[in-house]
Design a protein around this ligand. Structure first.
Ligand code: CA
Length: 473
């Protein structure tokens, strides 16, 4: 078997609904779409913990947050644990990562398993960023998204010999504070339509969900917006002004990403390597683009957890596939190793979805749903509460367990745990929490059982505040 080269381009906070192939109504992304046209678009790829560092750690190690230890932004990775990259390297691949690492730095946390690594420090900078390598720190002049691609191509061009290679091109964009390249400063001047859930008043959500401090109208700051709103606007008009400023810069950052994705595929095509390369484009999670009035992610709601994932590998994946089955970030490692013909570490969780894309998976072997857990409780900026849950193709159950941490200035007090249940067929926008609706009593009970089973299967445990099964709904 020919061993494919592997390119995993990962962006930070790029929502699927800002990609043309996923039906974006706010922008176009021809170069990302091209990968989907040449291969597969995965419609239901989800982050199992919708946050930057944890998702990166799950992708790399093929494990859930409680296994790899990167549960939050402040729990650095033990980089010695097996990853799909370290396994490819052991199997003879040349390996590299350029760009955003963001799983800690220093002894034990810097990248391991790579022949070459050249990464930003923590979030890194959009302009003239500082890079860290085994040889130390240096600053490069230019725009991060362009520079990261330059470094990746430079490494690829330096390779001699025929052994396959794997490169991770992990961009900082389009993460907050959404700083575009100068050449894109004038794009998206026309008014951008607000999403249909813009005016969600959260009336049926739990008090836990309503605590999130991620509202465009209230929680974007002057650094995010790069300007003060004009004086004299009503609350509603000021919110719309902020939405427009936010989206302009977000989409401009995506523009540079799309161009740079094209540079990589052009490079592969020019060298005749495209057919022998597994090219994947994904983001570490989704993002709220004004959906429900929010920016950011964290919550187990659709726009936050849905990761874009398009991938081409003409030798094994037919063109134009749209895959509807459930896939998660934990599955990436086993899938990439499967494509490379390298045995996955027994420690890796998840499953390879390559057979799904080839149409060789039996229906009984496809997952019914997936387990989610957001661990970073009540951080000082976003105030999103910790929660876990289970999502199937039809329903989503969420338990906000609340750790009893206090809100600023209010001292410490405990919120009781709270449930949310959504009927995704009847209510795809998740506007109606039916957890206490008697008509959904059976669904609620079945979803609690499924949640408990999924949690146990991945080796996690219920929060002590969760009432025993069968006692509360
Ligand atoms: Ca992210």
């Amino acid at each position: 078997m020919t061993r494919p080269n592997v390119v995993l381009i990962l962006t930070d906070d790029h929502a699927a609904h800002a990609i043309g192939a996923y039906g974006s109504v706010v922008n176009t992304t021809p170069r990302i779409d091209e990968i989907a046209e040449a291969g597969a678009l995965v419609e239901n790829c989800f982050a199992t913990n919708s946050l930057c560092s944890p998702s990166r750690a799950s992708i790399l190690t093929g494990t859930y947050s409680h296994i790899n230890g990167v549960t939050t932004l402040v729990t650095p990775i033990d980089a010695s644990q097996p990853s799909f990259v370290s396994q490819l390297k052991d199997a003879g691949y040349r390996t590299a990562i350029v760009g955003k690492w963001h799983m800690g730095d220093g002894d034990g946390h810097n990248p391991q398993g790579f022949d070459y690594w050249d990464v930003l420090i923590e979030q890194g900078e959009y302009v003239d960023p500082t890079f860290l390598t085994a040889g130390g720190l240096r600053t490069e002049k230019g725009y991060a998204t362009d520079l990261i691609t330059d470094l990746a191509l430079r490494w690829l061009e330096s390779l001699q010999g025929d052994e396959p290679w794997c490169v991770l091109i992990w961009h900082k964009a389009p993460h907050r504070p959404w700083q575009p390249a100068e050449r894109h400063a004038d794009l998206y001047r026309e008014p951008i339509a607000v999403p249909r859930t813009w005016e969600d008043d959260y009336s049926t959500r739990t008090s836990s969900a309503r605590r999130g401090a991620m509202r465009i109208a209230e929680h974007l700051n002057a650094e995010d917006l790069k300007a003060e709103p004009p004086a004299g606007l009503s609350y509603e008009d000021e919110a719309l002004w902020k939405y427009q400023r936010y989206m302009e810069d977000y989409l401009r950052c995506v523009e540079a990403v799309d161009e740079n994705v094209g540079r990589v595929t052009d490079w592969l095509r020019a060298r005749g390597e495209l057919d022998d390369t597994l090219v994947m484009y994904a983001s570490d999670q989704g993002f709220f683009l004004g959906d429900h009035g929010w920016f950011d992610k964290r919550f187990m709601y659709e726009e936050s957890i849905r990761m874009p994932l398009v991938m081409s590998y003409p030798r094994q994946i037919s063109a134009g596939i749209r895959h509807k089955g459930i896939v998660t970030n934990v599955d990436f490692a086993r899938t990439i190793l499967d494509a490379a013909g390298v045995k996955a570490s027994a420690r890796m969780q998840g499953r390879t979805f390559l057979p799904d894309l080839r149409g060789t998976t039996a229906a009984s072997d496809t997952p019914d749903g997936f387990y989610y857990r957001y661990w970073e409780h009540d951080d000082v900026f976003h105030r999103a509460p910790a929660h876990y849950g289970y999502r199937t193709a039809h329903h989503k159950l969420i338990y906000f367990y609340n750790d009893g941490l206090g809100l600023p200035g209010t001292g410490t007090f405990t919120y009781p745990g709270e449930w949310e249940l959504y009927d995704l067929d009847a209510d795809p926008d998740e506007l109606l929490n039916v957890a206490s609706d008697p008509a959904y009593a059976d669904v609620f009970a079945a979803m609690r059982l499924a949640l408990r089973a999924a949690q146990s299967e991945v080796g996690d445990e219920p929060h002590p505040s969760e009432p025993p099964l069968g006692t509360l709904r």
